[in-house]
Design a protein around this ligand. Structure first.
Ligand code: FNR
Length: 368
């Protein structure tokens, strides 16, 4: 992890007009294997591309003369006040992007007034990150149940206010960019919450990147509904289940006590060919109604996308990659400011005074 080139940071700060701009500027400062690790999806990247195409095909019908002087995008996500209906998605190894990694992005989330989700695979210890911001903790189900239990306890003790269990990684999706690059973590980037040294332990498994090899050895492919109930019984924190696309699974998650569900295909990084998460959302909304809060991720890139998610019945979104690109430029505060401006502008343009009005907007799918 190297400090970003000041000239590139300046450019990012001065010229970014939308979240996608950070990806372009980040390309100037990041080594190709790191760029590919962040940008990539699995297989032929069909789902990665289709996430965007599906969001673009959701058309909103704005309301006019709604008498809105200033839109108020504030809301509550799970049990946390949020200045806009956005949380920072859990993402592993943020020191790959900037030496201050998770600490920098979490502080920016705190300044922007939105929750930051700490990954199981964070490269700073969860306790340090939780000290910097209002956080939730994302849990991968590890083969060693004692480690799962201890992570949940550590998260609660550190002040994280929710547990987000990611259930779409029985194995890691085959990310061909990482395989081709023989992607491995540099020595100074570690899974700081775990004892295993990912970069040292797994560099020589044929056909797997080091990160995928670590996942194969450490993650349990058989996490079950009973396991979630077991966790719920041991933790006072609300459970959010991340990585659901089928309404039957959504109903099941509610039955085992989930407070929230993230409708997600992991940003196109898991099952290639999986349905775009925005396409899966309406049936999940019908299945769970008000019995759990629904969040959407995978491809959210603008205020309009946030409004699309709200209009289709989500309570909010997670944003992933754009914030890592901004982190590589040291521009997280600016990126979140930009997103907040976009969200309130989109609400104004659609005649929505608040998130409840956004939920009442009509949508249509573009044909073709
Ligand atoms: C992720 N994601 C992820 N999810 C999770 O539950 N735990 C994790 O540790 C990670 N790590 C991770 C690393 C990187 C580099 C990326 C890009 C993504 C998935 C993430 O939480 C989210 O679902 C997607 O990134 C959302 O899609 P967008 O916004 O990146 O398109």
């Amino acid at each position: 992890a190297t400090a970003p080139d000041p000239a590139a940071v300046g450019r990012g700060a001065a010229q970014a007009c939308c979240l996608d701009d950070y990806e372009r500027f980040a390309a100037d400062v990041l080594p190709t294997p790191v760029r590919d690790f962040v940008a990539g999806g699995s297989g032929t990247e069909t789902t990665l591309r289709d996430n965007r195409a599906a969001l673009d095909s959701v058309h909103l019908t704005p309301r006019v003369m709604a008498g809105v002087e200033a839109a108020d995008p504030s809301t509550r996500l799970v049990n946390t006040a949020a200045a806009m209906p956005v949380a920072v998605a859990p993402m592993a190894y943020q020191r790959l992007l900037h030496p201050d990694g998770e600490l920098m992005l979490a502080r920016a989330a705190a300044s922007a007034g939105i929750p930051y989700v700490i990954s199981t695979l964070s490269s700073y210890p969860l306790e340090e990150i939780a000290g910097a911001a209002p956080t939730w903790f994302q849990l991968y189900w590890l083969r060693d149940r004692a480690v799962v239990e201890s992570l949940a306890e550590r998260a609660a003790a550190a002040g994280c206010s929710a547990l987000m269990v990611t259930v779409d990684v029985p194995v890691m999706g085959r990310r061909l960019r990482d395989v081709r690059n023989a992607f491995a973590l540099p020595a100074d980037v570690v899974a700081a919450n775990l004892a295993t040294k990912v970069h040292q332990a797994h560099t020589a498994v044929p056909g797997l990147s080091a990160v995928a090899a670590h996942t194969a050895s450490a993650f349990s492919p058989t996490v079950s509904w009973a396991d979630l109930e077991w966790l719920g019984a041991r933790s006072d924190l609300p459970l959010v289940v991340k990585g659901i696309l089928d309404p039957r699974d959504a109903r099941r998650a509610v039955e085992v006590g989930a407070t929230g569900i993230v409708v997600s295909n992991h940003g196109g990084r898991q099952l290639d060919g999986a349905v775009p998460s925005v396409d899966a959302l309406p049936a999940v909304v019908d299945a769970v109604g008000n019995s759990a809060q629904l969040l959407l991720d995978s491809g959210i890139r603008s205020g309009t996308d946030v409004l699309r998610a709200l209009a289709l019945g989500a309570s909010g979104v997670l944003v992933g990659r754009p914030l890592l690109w901004a982190l590589s430029l040291g521009a997280c505060d600016q990126a979140l400011d930009l997103l907040r401006t976009e969200v309130s502008d989109a609400m104004m343009l659609a005649g929505c005074a608040d998130v409840a009005a956004a939920a009442r907007l009509d949508t249509r799918r573009a044909c073709g």
